[in-house]
Ligand binder design. Structure first.
Ligand SMILES: C[S@@+](CC[C@H](N)C(=O)[O-])C[C@H]1O[C@@H](n2cnc3c(N)ncnc32)[C@H](O)[C@@H]1O
Length: 324
């Protein structure tokens, strides 16, 4: 079911997520102290943002996420617009939406690689929240003569080499307080692991039991730091993920995502396609099939959103693979 690759723009608001302003508000509530407490505090935050921006420009990713103030700065500046974009992207991809909202009634396991900064976490939480609002209204089943709501659990594993623990905890507290009522948080289980994904084995990552893996704006970092180990990580997914598992990769569209192999430079998705689905002309040999893709898609946010820092639009490529 390969879709149109020239489709250019994602919806500002996909109904499967909470409205973009509510997503942004979650960041405003969580980082109220840094954003709104005083002019001095906000100025300090802007200074940290500048410093992270310069690290990212120099591709010094370890330095960019090396302290709590820098991680808070990243989260306040980059994660809100990404959370709204990812909400729209993840809901636009039906198989991904089905996993996050547990449509087949079974518990679902999702791994977010490089997911410490909170954007995919918040977007997924927002999609889970809307599904539970519907569940309590409509999905009442009769079990042993009683009307019961059959609820499945979404297990979310965020793995990141930097220590985003405090930030994930702060976001999670806001999600529990503002979005997940009626003990719904019991069914939205979040685990954060601080580790290098390239050094973790299939058991630590629970690869055989995963329904979805996301690599959002992280693949470039992996390959720019450790090319050979990154290739081995993808080969590990080839070997240990179970049939039916989905893998979603999104990365900046354009030359920033080009990779040099030998003397040649080419888009990183070509290399990933080769590892996952096979060489051109031999795609049937690969462990995965591409079920959806786009080489350049925009998410342009609502200009009326209220937030004290500019919310950037995003242009990226994505690939959704399914394990054969
Ligand atoms: C550009 S940020 C993207 C964050 C988030 N996925 C988003 O889209 O907003 C890349 C993330 O990948 C993490 N990362 C880089 N190398 C990693 C590795 N080897 N193992 C785990 N995480 C890694 C970084 O610490 C950072 O949080």
């Amino acid at each position: 079911m390969a879709r149109d690759r020239t489709q250019g723009q994602l919806a500002i608001h996909n109904e499967a997520t909470l409205p973009p302003q509510e997503i942004i508000d979650l960041f405003k509530i969580t980082f109220n102290d840094e954003l709104y407490q005083s002019d001095e505090r906000f100025e300090q935050l802007l200074k940290e943002i500048k410093s992270v921006k310069s690290d990212l420009y120099n591709r010094d990713y370890i330095e960019a996420f090396s302290s709590d103030p820098k991680r808070v700065a990243y989260c306040c500046r980059w994660s809100p617009p990404r959370a709204t974009s990812y909400g729209s992207l993840l809901s636009h991809l039906e198989p991904v939406l089905n996993v996050i909202q547990c449509h087949d009634g079974a518990d679902q396991n999702v791994l977010c690689v490089g997911g410490g900064a909170g954007s995919e976490f918040v977007s997924i939480a927002s999609m889970f929240t809307t599904s539970r609002e519907l569940t309590s209204k409509y999905h009442v089943k009769e079990i042993d003569g009683d009307d019961m709501v059959k609820k499945s659990t979404l297990n979310l594993h965020l793995v990141d080499i930097a220590n985003w623990r405090t930030i994930i905890k702060r976001l999670n507290d806001s999600i529990d307080e503002k979005w997940l009522y009626n003990n719904e948080s019991d069914f939205f289980k979040v685990k954060f692991t601080e580790n290098d994904i390239l050094k973790m084995n299939e058991t630590e990552l629970d690869l055989p039991n995963l329904n979805l893996i996301t690599l959002l704006f992280t693949t470039n970092e992996l390959f720019s730091e450790h090319k050979a180990e990154s290739i081995r990580f993808f080969q590990k997914m080839n070997r240990f993920c179970s049939s039916g598992c989905y893998l979603l990769i999104a990365e900046s569209a354009g030359s920033f995502s080009h990779i040099t192999v030998g003397t040649k430079k080419f888009p990183i998705q070509f290399l990933i396609d080769t590892i996952l689905v096979g060489k051109k002309g031999q795609e049937d040999d690969g462990a995965w099939e591409i079920v959806d893709q786009n080489d350049s898609i925009w998410y342009r946010g609502d200009l009326k959103l209220d937030y004290p820092i500019k919310l950037e639009n995003m242009r990226f490529f994505y690939r959704l693979y399914k394990k054969k």
